[in-house]
Ligand binder design. Structure first.
Ligand code: C2E
Ligand code: MG
Ligand code: MG
Ligand code: MG
Length: 280
């Protein structure tokens, strides 16, 4: 009986594993093609200054529309890209495209680009950034690199040297998804960031949970003390916005103010906002 049960388990388990393996290999193959053929598009989500309401920058977010499978979210394809090494090609494509697009933006807001921890491994990220800035002629202070604290927590010499070389180029650093890692505070201790982006999970719980509200206050205070910008992501309601403003956050980003916009819509969006500011 035990043998039969074992046999049955194996039969149930294996096809599932195989199916997942198969799915993953399919995704890897398709992603490679998508990167090479320009099937990955960038959408841009604005960041708003909480005191002036001005758009200070826009974050590039990768979008993949597969001809047969439809939309595939970055939550699905970024991990595959990271696991297969495709992230270097994808990251280079995103950086080049974002900096090129930003050159056409009225009012010259910043462009924020997400950089995967894996891109630090290759050792030539600084050369890529330098080359893209030179080719596109984007001023380096308009480029903001969003990195997660896992980059900092690796704490090896090579990572630290890379961050220092990137800093020398004049780009800005934003710590993404702050508060979700194991040691958020210590990651601020070794390297100077220009901005903290508090993870959207805290914003989501802001009105329901005292803990989240307390953390929001503390992070706002931390930003004031360190004199760095604090940004809250995932702002969806006017109540959340009011609380963040009262706490003294510097910036907000979220569906309430704007969803990520297709690249082609950004110049018009910015022009309309400039009009609003000029008229006010
Ligand atoms: P992230 O960098 O933290 O980006 C914020 C995510 O929150 C985006 O999801 C954005 O569309 C979503 N979001 C913005 N406002 C709201 C809101 O009000 N409510 C809710 N519920 N969500 C909101 P998205 O575009 O699916 O990206 C997910 C993650 O994938 C990003 O998280 C980032 O870590 C990664 N990613 C996206 N594009 C790239 C890329 O080009 N390179 C790398 N390395 N990672 C990327
Ligand atoms: Mg980000
Ligand atoms: Mg984020
Ligand atoms: Mg996030």
């Amino acid at each position: 009986a035990a043998k039969a049960e074992g046999g049955r388990r194996v039969r149930v388990f294996e096809p599932d594993m195989e199916e997942r393996q198969h799915q993953r290999r399919w995704l890897e193959r398709e992603l490679k093609l998508a990167i090479e053929s320009g099937q990955i598009a960038l959408h841009y989500q604005p960041l708003f200054d909480l005191t002036t309401n001005a758009v200070t920058g826009l974050e590039a977010l990768a979008r993949w529309h597969h001809p047969e499978r439809g939309w595939i979210s970055p939550g699905e394809f970024i991990p595959v890209a990271e696991a297969t090494g495709l992230i270097d090609a994808l990251g280079a494509y995103v950086l080049r495209t974002a900096c090129t697009d930003a050159m056409d933006w009225p009012g010259h807001p910043r462009v924020a680009v997400n950089i995967s921890p894996m891109q630090f491994r290759s050792g030539d990220l600084d050369q890529l950034v330098e080359q893209v800035l030179r080719a596109t002629r984007l001023p380096s202070r308009r480029l903001e690199l969003e990195i997660t604290e896992s980059v900092i927590l690796s704490q090896d010499r090579a990572t630290y040297d890379m961050l220092t070389r990137l800093r020398r180029l004049g780009v800005r650093f934003s710590m993404d998804d702050f508060g979700t890692g194991y040691s958020s505070l210590s990651s601020l201790n070794g390297f100077r960031f220009d901005k903290i982006k508090l993870d959207q999970s805290f914003v989501r719980n802001l009105l329901e949970k005292d803990e989240a509200a307390a953390i929001v206050h503390v992070v706002a205070e931390l930003g004031r003390t360190l004199r760095i910008t604090t940004t809250a992501e995932g702002v969806e309601t006017p109540e959340q916005l009011a609380r963040l403003r009262a706490s003294g956050f510097s910036e907000v980003q979220g569906y309430l103010l704007s969803r990520p916009l297709p690249a082609a819509a950004v110049p018009r969006f910015l022009l309309a906002r400039n009009d609003l500011i000029a008229a006010a």
